[in-house]
Design a protein around this ligand. Structure first.
Ligand code: SAH
Ligand code: SF4
Ligand code: F3S
Length: 459
């Protein structure tokens, strides 16, 4: 299976450079990184490396990193020290440690200069260089390799289809990068401009997944709803084509941008049975003043119109979103506007973050003037409001009957199964004997946090 689309894989012969060297990949950040880690597994596997699931047995540890908030980057620096110390304490040999992902792309050579315990640095568009780099590294001798970074617009990864996916749904990255310039965000810098994967390549990839037994896909990108191929094919048209793949059962997608949620797209989502009625559409703030300062390119009333339209045309639709609290200049009144949206929209899930100033982004010029204690307070209040809203939503679901697909065994209790509905609600079935992938009717009896409790319907 190829690691890159275009001709890159054909041009590069498969080299048995790995010689069974054991590699462990640890993934941070968003689903784009999860997908890339799968692609790394494919690229290295094809070149004779052995991908392992336990860090202690690895000769090479790759950390696939995220730069979105300062905390995410700090975590990686301490993780490198932690891995080295754990090996030492356990009397094991030291692995080569490589940094991949957004942090590698952002910092490049600087990362190795400032952290001599890092052996290699490879940015988001250069994982096809990993086999050669790891071979050059000379695991015994430790030769320094230069950082490999830089965007390559036409090179796209293709993850092997045979990896067992999270949530039963195979990730398929349909484009990379981002052309929006939200003032707080580092992603356009780390991932580069938006570049689309060819729809023919996307469909081939999905057919490969179906041939390998997969039945669900999640189309991935920073703004999938902005997908456009040579002015001919937009995201709605891509969904139509993907939905036409025989035997594929469910299609999810992440992330949507409010700006691109046109009525036509929502109508298409509502009409296509295979497309799941779950929209993850980050709003970031409920205040128009803050949205302007964030350059989110839409207002709160437009977001409400979008939500109302979705509710009309997409049966059983559920929503989730991201919010940032404590953006520069956010007043208590702005924050209350955010809470009002959360109360009104009634999201199933809300992901909320304290604003973190990133180097070089436009918002760096604004004073980061909301004190940390206040950011923490707002975050806690937002989560408490979401909790309250969710408890009401969840309580109203008790007694309903839903169709859900078995994802596999639950962590607890023993014998229980995890299921998921099309609109992304998790259901736990105790002591059921069903195969993974089976679709069943479940009667909802309760809810604990975000997981519903259910029983199979005798009817
Ligand atoms: N492309 C998606 C997601 C981008 S990153 C979108 O446009 O929504 C994921 C989330 O991280 C964002 O939605 C935002 O809520 C958060 N985020 C991004 N930059 C941040 C920053 N500087 N500080 C705090 N949170 C941030
Ligand atoms: Fe970042 Fe905005 Fe692009 Fe999302 S749309 S990745 S928040 S710049
Ligand atoms: Fe983080 Fe990069 Fe994703 S910055 S959120 S891993 S695109």
């Amino acid at each position: 299976m190829s690691g890159f689309t275009e001709n890159l894989t054909d041009l590069q012969p498969v080299r048995e450079t790995g010689d069974g060297t054991r590699v462990y990949v640890e993934t941070y950040g968003c689903q784009m990184n999860t997908y890339d880690s799968q692609a790394i597994g494919g690229i290295l596997g094809r070149s004779g490396f052995a991908m392992v699931t336990g860090i202690d047995e690895a000769e090479v540890v790759l950390l696939n990193t995220c730069s979105v908030r300062e905390h995410a980057e700090h975590k990686i620096v301490s993780r490198v020290g932690e891995i080295r110390a754990q090996r030492r304490d356990r009397g094991l040999s030291q692995p080569a440690i490589g940094i991949c992902g957004c942090m590698a792309e952002r910092l490049g050579e600087e990362l190795r200069r400032s952290n001599p315990r890092v052996d290699l640095v490879v940015g988001v568009d250069n994982y096809d260089a990993l086999p050669g780099l790891l071979a050059d590294l000379g695991l015994g001798g430790r030769t320094a390799t230069p950082a490999v970074v830089g965007h390559r617009p036409d090179a796209h990864y293709v993850a092997p289809p045979d990896l067992y996916p999270t949530n039963n749904s195979h990730l398929v990255t349909i484009h990379k990068g981002c052309d929006y310039n939200c003032t707080y965000c580092i992603v356009p810098a780390t991932r580069g401009p938006q570049c689309e994967k060819d729809p023919a390549a996307i469909l081939d990839e999905i057919r490969g997944i179906v041939d390998a037994g997969g039945r669900e896909v999640t189309l991935l990108g920073q703004n999938v709803t902005a997908y456009h191929w040579q002015g001919e094919l937009d995201f709605a048209a891509l969904l139509e084509r993907v939905a036409a793949v025989d035997e594929l059962r469910r299609i999810r997608f992440l992330t949507g941008h409010p700006r691109d949620m046109h009525p036509h797209l929502m109508d298409t989502i509502g009409r296509l049975e295979k497309v799941c009625p779950w929209l993850h559409i980050p709003l970031q703030s409920g205040s128009d003043r803050i949205l302007r300062r964030m350059k989110r390119l839409h207002r709160r009333d437009e977001y409400y119109t979008m939500i109302d339209h979705a509710r009309q045309v997409i049966p059983d639709v559920t929503f989730s979103a991201d919010f940032i609290v404590g953006f520069p200049g956010e007043t208590e009144a702005d924050f209350q506007d955010t809470l009002e949206v959360i109360r009104r929209v009634k999201y199933d899930q809300v992901f909320s973050f304290k604003y973190s100033e990133r180097p070089g982004v436009p918002a760096e010029k604004l004073a980061d003037d909301v004190p940390l204690v206040e950011k923490k307070r707002r975050l806690a209040e937002l989560m408490a409001v979401q909790d309250e809203v969710w408890r009401e939503t969840a309580a109203a679901c008790v007694g309903e009957t839903w169709r859900a697909v078995v994802e596999g065994p639950a962590r607890r209790p023993t014998g229980a199964l995890r299921l998921r509905t099309a609109n992304n609600r998790k259901v736990l079935l105790k002591e059921a004997d069903l195969e993974t992938g089976a679709a069943v009717e479940v009667r909802i009896t309760g809810c604990s946090n975000t997981t519903f409790l259910g029983e199979t319907n005798p009817a």
